[in-house]
Design a protein. Structure first.
Length: 175
């Protein structure tokens, strides 16, 4: 089976635009979350050393936001191929085998994303009735980023599979 590079159709272009938009939005949200985390930690330091009154919610909020930031960054890393891989070994294979192996790898990553989203959903639903003592938000909020990141990872992996079949490459979100 030899694949010939062909331009994506309207549906393929729309899907790529959707994934690129989701990736860019995730990246921008991750930057905002990082700024909020820095502000929370700064407020905690100011409260402790200047006002001698440590705000208890600041650390809990920063820890919760780290979960969201990390999950979004992982999903963007999957789309932009910023994750760790053994690409040097794959590129030693003949073109035909390399393409098949890359498709299998992206299928496994998509499957992992679906499993991650499913498990995150189950944990979020199971823990939603419990409240975090320092923030008053549901404990299930800790697992929502797994659902979002899992779905994004699956979408982005499917985009990579489509691009490989069409002989295209996925453009990174920051381009």
């Amino acid at each position: 089976m030899v694949l010939v590079a062909r331009a994506p159709g309207p549906a393929g272009r729309a899907y790529t635009r959707l994934c690129a938009g989701l990736s860019r939005a995730s990246l921008m949200l991750a930057v905002v979350l990082l700024l909020v985390i820095v502000a929370c930690v700064q407020w905690q330091v100011i409260g402790r050393y200047i006002f001698n009154d440590t705000p208890t919610w600041a650390e809990a909020l920063a820890l919760l936001l780290v979960l969201y930031l990390t999950s979004l960054a992982v999903a963007v890393g999957v789309r932009d191929a910023g994750h760790i891989g053994l690409e040097s070994l794959i590129f030693l294979l003949p073109e035909r085998m390399r393409l098949k192996l890359e498709i299998v790898i992206h299928m496994l990553v998509a499957f992992f994303g679906v499993l991650m989203a499913k498990a995150g959903w189950m944990w979020a639903v199971g823990k939603w009735s419990e409240k975090k003592p320092m923030l008053g938000v549901p404990e299930g909020a800790d697992y929502v980023p797994l659902v979002v990141a899992g779905l994004l990872i699956a979408l982005f992996s499917i985009e990579h599979i489509i691009a490989l079949i069409q002989g295209q490459e996925v453009e990174p979100a920051w381009n």
